[in-house]
Design a protein around this ligand. Structure first.
Ligand code: URA
Length: 233
């Protein structure tokens, strides 16, 4: 959001009056005087007028969860447990998900109150890759590698999937790396090659891998470095 808009909102002023305050050097953002009304601020910026806080800097939350199967990737659900139920933090009501997993899938899920960060994971260009471990009913065929790399046309959405890297690890087990997240995408792709997914586990988002010591159902805050890794292609 632009600084002039935030000031007019917090101080109940019109935009012109907000600009006057900014022009008169009466506004500080994170301790520094700002004279440009278009300066970008958000809920994590500390904004002061004549040294008096108009907005306290919010607490940024960047959380990873090892989602067990059975939990819904949502913040509320009337009947089923959600990934938010796994988190114990007084500010958890502010959280939203940076990407979902199906109910019976497991692995890395990210939650945050930072809309810019989640957008840079879900909507950025170049796209952020996500890696999954997959187990299937039938043997995975060598020809599937080429089929996944070429893409599949989904007529319900009228799209062709972006190239997917498929590494066969065992007869019925593979690692998939993809850069988009269409509805049930992995299950639908295996269906196209006459196979069926029995287990799906997300190992990483960008360059952020699910740590081996984070057991299913556990969560923790990301480090500053990990916040950057999640958005790195
Ligand atoms: N593709 C699927 O089919 N399910 C998931 O949970 C994630 C990707």
């Amino acid at each position: 959001m632009k600084l002039d808009r935030l000031i007019s909102r917090h101080a109940s002023l019109g935009r012109t009056a907000a600009h006057r305050l900014i022009g008169a050097r009466r506004i500080k953002v994170d301790g520094a005087t700002v004279t440009d009304g278009h300066h970008q601020v958000d809920r994590f910026s500390c904004i002061e007028l004549d040294g008096v806080p108009l907005q306290h800097a919010g607490r940024p939350l960047h959380i990873m969860v090892n989602k067990p199967p059975g939990y819904v990737s949502a913040t509320v659900d009337e009947a089923l447990p959600t990934v938010l139920d796994l988190i114990d933090d007084p500010d958890k009501g502010q959280l939203h998900l940076a990407g979902r997993l199906d109910r019976n899938s497991s692995g890395l899920v990210l939650l945050t109150n930072d809309g810019r960060w989640s957008k840079s994971i879900t909507e950025s260009t170049p796209k952020v890759p996500k890696a999954y471990l997959v187990e299937t009913v039938d043997p995975i065929q060598p020809g599937d590698v080429e089929a996944f790399a070429s893409g599949f046309y989904f007529h319900t959405e009228d799209i062709t999937t972006l190239p997917v890297k498929l590494e066969i690890l065992a007869e019925r087990c593979a690692r998939l790396t993809l850069e988009e997240g269409r509805y049930h995408q992995i299950k639908r792709m295996f269906h196209r090659v006459n196979n069926r997914v029995t287990r799906l586990h997300r190992e990483s988002i960008g360059r952020l891998a699910l740590p081996p010591d984070l057991a299913p159902g556990q969560w923790r805050f990301l480090t500053i470095e990990e916040v950057g890794l999640a958005t790195s292609p």
